[in-house]
Write a protein that binds this ligand. Structure first.
Ligand code: UDP
Ligand code: MG
Length: 325
């Protein structure tokens, strides 16, 4: 449960890696939009170890704008760690991550905020008309989106869109690593957050190059598996290992019975009860190993502080005596 007070209305979080050409225009576009909303806000640029002029441009802008905050990474860690650092630092009741390369449109920000204020915890941007290369970007992403939906049971079209809006108290409970920012809506739903999707505008990249290639699809699938295992079993590993051990035990019994029958009934040399017996023995061994691993994991979970940093935290809020629900 998040107890820290959030002190501004809106935090914009921009993961930024070598985007020197986009930054001046990006800043000119977002600033009037943030001002026009008449709310308190902060613009957080997370410089993900850029080796171009990004950081000095941001520094220049910060001299005339106190709402602009900069987090500077010493090296390139990746978009998810950049977003995660921004989320940790953000003070906003509503937190909005957005690409810094002008592919997301800041004009969508007020619409996303209005949707959160209707009572949602996460509003997920959907690049309905995505302006990226069809074969290397749109197709792999379409396949990945379908697989993620199938696996998580969450019906969202576009997991990869950075532009989303989060209730600050909700996103701050989520622990992010690897390439996992795209799974936040699914993780949110699993913890009981109210999630909705909203079509957003998408532009072709105007300056610089994309930082990703087709290899990202593989990473996304591996992350998906991790998330599925962690959200499903991190607190109850015995369900996973014990379940697998039961399947192994079933085969162990079958193979042992069959090998005993063969040994008793057939004595001709064409049968090899020994190999059946060996297979059965391997399944016994597998089953007991799985049980032991499961038991060890249970001990780790019961005793470890790691539970506190787990991916799936409990979403809860404190209601003051006499307060509203
Ligand atoms: N980005 C980042 N660190 C990285 C890669 C990307 O902070 O290691 C930022 C990048 O500057 C941009 C956003 O993440 O603001 C999305 O990256 P990109 O535009 O390359 O991805 P694409 O839009 O092609 O999926
Ligand atoms: Mg981009």
């Amino acid at each position: 449960m998040e107890t820290k007070k959030l002190t501004v209305d809106i935090s914009l979080v921009l993961p930024t890696y070598n985007e020197e050409e986009s930054i001046p225009l990006l800043y000119e576009t977002i600033k009037p939009i943030m001002e026009a909303m008449n709310r308190s806000y902060e613009i957080i640029f997370v410089d993900d170890g850029s080796d171009d002029n990004t950081i000095s441009l941001l520094h220049q802008l910060q001299k005339q704008d106190r709402t602009l905050k900069i987090i500077k990474f010493r090296r390139n860690y990746g978009q998810t760690p950049a977003m995660s650092a921004g989320f940790d630092y953000a003070q906003g009741n509503i937190i909005i991550p957005m690409d810094a390369d002008l592919q997301n449109d800041p004009k969508d920000i007020p619409r996303l905020i209005a949707k959160i204020e209707e009572g949602y915890d996460i509003v997920s941007g959907w690049r309905k008309h995505r302006r990226d290369k069809a074969l290397t970007r749109k197709l792999p992403s379409m396949i990945a989106n379908k697989i993620i939906s199938k696996f998580t049971g969450v019906r969202i079209h576009d997991y990869g869109c950075t532009l989303k809006a989060y209730r600050g108290s909700v996103v701050k409970t989520m622990h992010l690593y690897s390439d996992m920012h795209r799974f936040l809506p699914a993780m949110g739903l699993l913890t009981g957050a109210k999630v909705v999707e909203m079509p957003v505008t998408h532009h072709a990249r105007r300056f610089g190059i994309s930082k990703y290639g087709i290899s990202r699809t593989g990473k996304v699938i591996v992350d998906l598996l991790t998330i599925k295992l962690i959200t499903g079993f991190s607190l109850k590993p015995m369900y996973l290992f014990g379940g697998a051990a039961l399947i192994a035990l079933f085969f162990a019994i079958i193979f042992t019975i069959v090998s005993i029958f063969q040994y008793a009934w057939y004595t001709t040399e064409s049968f090899y009860p020994l190999s059946l017996w060996t297979t059965g023995f391997l399944f016994w061994w597998l089953s007991t190993s799985l049980i032991s691993i499961g038991f060890l994991c249970e001990c780790v979970v019961k005793t470890s502080k790691w539970r506190r940093g787990r991916l799936q935290k409990v979403l809860a809020e404190y209601i003051e005596p006499g307060g509203e629900i």
